[in-house]
Design a protein around this ligand. Sequence first.
Ligand SMILES: C[S@@+](CC[C@H](N)C(=O)[O-])C[C@H]1O[C@@H](n2cnc3c(N)ncnc32)[C@H](O)[C@@H]1O
Length: 257
Amino acid sequence: MPSRPAPKPVEKGKDSVYWDYWEEMVKASIWRESKELPAIAAVAEIQGKHVIDAGCGPGRLILPFSKIAKTITAVDESDWVIKVVSKMIREKRLNNVQIAQAPLVGLPFDDGVSDSTYCMWVIHHDKSRWDKIVKELVRVTRDGSPITVGFSSGEGDLPRLEEVCKPAHVQKCKEFDVAFPKWCKEQEWSVEITKVPLLFEFKSPEWAFEVFSNTFVRRDITNEQKSQLMQFLKQHVKNGKCVITQELRLYVIRETE
Ligand SMILES: C[S@@+](CC[C@H](N)C(=O)[O-])C[C@H]1O[C@@H](n2cnc3c(N)ncnc32)[C@H](O)[C@@H]1O
């Protein structure tokens, strides 16, 4: 892929606790593997394409998609992610995958080099810069090709659980879910929306509490909030497992003539 000089990498170390528990989230995501990945692969039309994985994280999508896409250029700003993904590329001999360290607001690529760009579970972390990020994703993607952006719609059990300790965050997700497609249309891009139900299955409500309180839920919550969370998780036990739903919203944006 043709490249511009890479911008200076942004120093952002591993939030170790978050990433340790992220692994547990991935393991608990029983529908993610079966439903999320085929849904992204289908709407992003990655089969046989040169794709960009923007905000790739430690490589959840890279490995399965390297078997489908022609090439993957993964981008992330985190030093730790770059280390982990570089190791994975080397060890798994992923000859069609390369990794670049850059902030998504300044991608080190020429205009229109990507046949399909996807950005999963990222822009909800970066709400102050999401418009700049999306414009950058559109810039590097060939005219008429899909740009797929995915994040939580605010529906399902997981947002209810977050509501216990950070209601403003859930409210923002819901507002964003309305504002985002509206803003895309104002840019005169076409937008298609797909809803994907997701399911997490934890071995016990206690383990779900441990995982959530180190990822999505703030760690400095009060004892009352803790007991509300445990009560919520205990109410979601089915066949001995703690089952929590979430809804992924996939937006496919295209630049129209
Ligand atoms: C929750 S992870 C999602 C990883 C992956 N897309 C997935 O679905 O498994 C978010 C990733 O986006 C990266 N990220 C967030 N904001 C970014 C930005 N402005 N520039 C570059 N990377 C960013 C973080 O470093 C992190 O690795």
